[in-house]
Ligand binder design. Sequence first.
Ligand SMILES: *Cc1c(COP(=O)(O)O)cnc(C)c1O
Length: 465
Amino acid sequence: MNPQSPFPSVDRVLNLSAMQALIARFGRTRTVETLRSVLDQARARWRDGAPGALLSEEDALARCAHLLEADEQPSLRPVFNLTGTVLHTNLGRALFPVEAVQAVMDVLTRPCNLEFDLDSGRRGDRDCHVEDLLCRLTGAEAATVVNNNAAAVFLALNALAGRKEVIVSRGELVEIGGAFRIPDIMFRAGCRLKEVGTTNRTHLRDFEAAISSKTGLLLKVHTSNYAVVGFIATVPEQNLAKLAHEHGLSFMIDLGSGTLVDLARWGLPSEPTPQEALKAGADLVTFSGDKLLGGPQAGIIVGRRDLVVKIKKNPLKRALRLDKMTLAALEAILRLYRDPDRLADRLPTLRLLTRPAGDIEAAAARVLPLLQEKLAGNYAVSSCACASQIGSGSLPVERLASHGFAIRPAKKGRGEGSALERLSAAFRVLPVPVIGRIEDGALVLDLRCLEDESGFIRQLAKLSV
Ligand SMILES: *Cc1c(COP(=O)(O)O)cnc(C)c1O
């Protein structure tokens, strides 16, 4: 201790009884470290002559408690997704049903037969826990799974067409958010991209003319996040499959989302299924686990056994394999698909997508007066019809009728934009951050994905604008 210093010593502060409570809660090491840095910083500011740098013991304790408390908030945590995009990539895409949560808990807290064959007592294959289900549900001969669909495409390209040309239509050279671009993936996978046709029209003869001894694969990419309309032509999958097979080649489809059930059954727009793609003659189909399928992040590869075997033997498969949590969740999700009649009740993604507009409107009517009261004077809140989207590159043009709020600054004119930014920031600092979207001069909160209505209402008291 430096007798010349006007600052309390670490020991003196540590002796305060309130400090013992902090130690009990946060641990001695962290508490002492935090206290030291509080005092060091104050000393440095005092030496620089900063006004008000001096600290009493109580000040140091209060600051220490505040820092420890602030540090308690995990970085990754739940939010309210009121963006209107159900499968929001930045907000974690699909939500798990309890069955998947339970399955993950089980394999996390106890040993499991991840790679152990219970029949023979020998080493097993981790994919076997989902392969049969995938084959039954899609009609495929074989299946394998990897980290995500980007990995699935990458691995399949590398395993089946390394150093070869992969023929794909110019209309399908997609970019999916976050740097998944077909030409780049192709290059990294060691394939040569052979683009054919034009942006809007590609014909079978374009593919035919491009086939040579260098060809390794014919590829179709589902244009999942945009739509080309007007004067267009694409080649039906059956024709591409036939052409590939006539030349002894394989035909692969990157489906993107890929749901295992026809969404039309719930009045939703149809999205192509792996079953259909395989029926049309595709040798291999890849799709995501956490898009319309409603499961964990995963890339699913289904198709011809010899091709799947080749993929599994590729050393990259080991680098891209799934962990036991994901496998457990994926198996649980796939098991739900065996009973499609109850799927809309059990699978959160489908439940949210099929939520009736009237239901959402009723929720908006319940919450509206509370929000109006909270924001009175500063912002005008009105209930509004809005349009949700599926998101994550599924059905890019389709919209689902929904309901929510449009919140506008009460004062028109200058400063309106910053008032809106302030409001969205205030919603984001709530204990469970609320994420909406700014549109036409309003903060729009789409209530389609608001399932914890009481939780939302409870924390409104903390909204500070
Ligand atoms: C979403 C998507 C991908 C990437 O899938 P991830 O599971 O996000 O890696 C690849 N291709 C298409 C067509 C997609 O829609």
